[in-house]
Design a binder for this molecule. Structure first.
Ligand code: CMC
Length: 423
């Protein structure tokens, strides 16, 4: 083992162990050999929130939280946001390389061919209450796709997995649009395969009447960038949920519904909705200092701030801030942007946030763009979930090709009563 090892002295027994270090990690199973005797189960690591545990190898997304670096398959996020469209990015994230012209044309046509939703799913969306949260509608409808495609249970067949991937990328956009239209009380729009993925998404959301929908190029570009930025973010809460559920080899729609349910939490993807509600509650830039005091007293969290991994800045936030300015040039500037800018300015100068290394994250400005597009706040997390499906699928696929992956089943430290009797 040489220098690439860790020497551990167990002070309970005086025994010395040498544990190999590979790629900056020790294997948790190597700790099992550290025991006080025959009846001892062996040492485990305790890591609530998996704050320092690598659960997998992955070649999809690289994040350096200290330096604020994010790359998909090696490409910097800044370059992809500038030059790639969402379907190219999805192909890259899922299959590992950017598509050549032929592959891209085939990919676009496969996705286009799957975008029509089965009537049962459209009917299902229609049955939800008019004020049902669109994210609840999205989760339930994605799960229900498994009733339409029972073949999706054949997860050990690589060709079948590929078919489900194409279906998902197409149908989640259609489901999201239906969830929005139902929320607004409008009839569902048919997809238009002659438009780009983003253009068609805008068409399914916003087309009124029968004419051909022409997406506004600035809004189409802004949404494309937002989708590229949200495509993947390695082992976060929802991706881990996808991997955990996927590890039991159920169908991908059920696993995706579970991942989307994780995203729905306000500490994760629903933070974008919470940010907007927070900005509305603050109302004006003058009221920002009082709100910051409330956060510092522990009465609430500053939504859209803080990240488990990024401790200097979130590179996605910088790009979104720039895109927001472009969008506001055509939609008009909103007072909420001034509140957000003031909130950021005050927080970044405050010792509470500096000492805890809390910076704006991806969710801080994205909601302002969605609001400028006239979307209700309740739809924001759905707008996160649609592009993130590509990341969830990439991780789901990767696990099948990883011989070390098995059903996920962590350990616990039992802290209950050891044994008792009734009566
Ligand atoms: N506002 C105020 N204080 C905060 C915040 C915040 N947004 N985030 C963390 N802290 C404080 C926290 O109270 C704690 O302070 P102390 O040490 O005095 O107890 C310290 O910072 C460390 O916080 P933590 O909860 O241990 O950090 P974490 O890594 O477990 O949580 C987080 C990360 C993102 C859940 C958290 O920062 C948070 O709740 N942020 C607000 C919600 C949010 O914006 N979520 C979106 C995350 S990015 C996109 C995504 O994942 O979908």
């Amino acid at each position: 083992m040489g220098n690439n090892s860790l020497t551990i002295t167990d002070n309970r027994t005086g025994v010395i162990y040498e544990v190999p270090i590979e790629e900056g990690t020790v294997r948790a199973m190597d700790l099992r050999a550290i025991r006080t005797g025959e009846s001892d189960f062996g040492l485990m690591s305790y890591d609530p929130g998996f704050a320092n545990t690598a659960s997998t190898r992955s070649s999809i997304t690289y994040v350096d939280g200290e330096k604020g670096i994010l790359r998909y398959r090696g490409y910097p996020i800044e370059e992809l946001a500038e030059r790639a469209d969402f379907l190219e990015t999805a192909y890259l994230v899922i299959f590992g390389t950017l598509p050549d012209e032929v592959q891209l044309a085939a990919w676009r046509s496969e996705i286009g061919g799957h975008s029509l939703l089965h009537m049962n799913i459209q009917n299902l969306v229609s049955t939800f209450r008019y004020d049902a949260h669109p994210m609840s509608v999205f989760i339930s409808s994605v799960a229900s796709l498994s009733t339409i495609y029972p073949d999706s249970r054949r997860v050990t067949d690589p060709e079948n997995r590929r078919l489900q991937v194409e279906r998902v990328i197409a149908k989640v956009a259609s489901i999201a649009a239906c969830a929005y239209r139902h929320n607004q009380g409008f009839a569902f729009n048919r997809p238009d395969a002659s438009l780009s993925y983003i253009g068609n998404f805008l068409n399914m959301m916003f087309r009124m009447g029968e004419g051909r929908y022409e997406p506004h190029p600035v809004l189409e570009r802004a949404l494309n960038v937002l989708f590229v930025l949200h495509a993947d973010h390695e082992q976060n809460c929802s991706t881990t949920a996808m991997r955990v559920i996927g590890s039991a080899h159920g169908d991908p729609y059920s696993a995706l519904a579970g991942a989307a349910a994780a995203l729905y939490g306000p500490l994760h993807g629903a933070a974008n909705e919470a940010v907007l509600r927070q900005l509305e509650a603050i109302g004006t830039p003058e009221r920002v200092p009082a709100y910051i005091d409330k956060v510092k007293r522990g009465e609430c969290r500053l939504m859209g701030f803080g990240h488990r991994v990024y401790t200097n800045y979130d590179p996605r936030c910088r790009i979104i801030k720039r895109i927001a300015e472009e969008v506001f040039e055509i939609t008009g500037r909103s007072l909420l942007l001034d509140v957000a800018l003031e909130l950021e300015r005050v927080a970044l100068a405050d010792e509470y946030f500096i000492s805890r290394r809390l910076y704006p994250n991806v969710d801080f400005y994205s909601g302002l763009i969605y609001r400028a597009m006239d979307l209700p706040a309740s739809l924001f997390t759905v707008m996160f979930a649609v592009p993130r499906c590509c990341g969830w699928l990439a991780h789901w696929l990767e696990a099948f090709d990883d011989a070390e992956q098995k059903i996920m089943r962590p350990r616990q430290i039992y802290s209950g009563v050891s044994e008792r009797r009734m009566g």
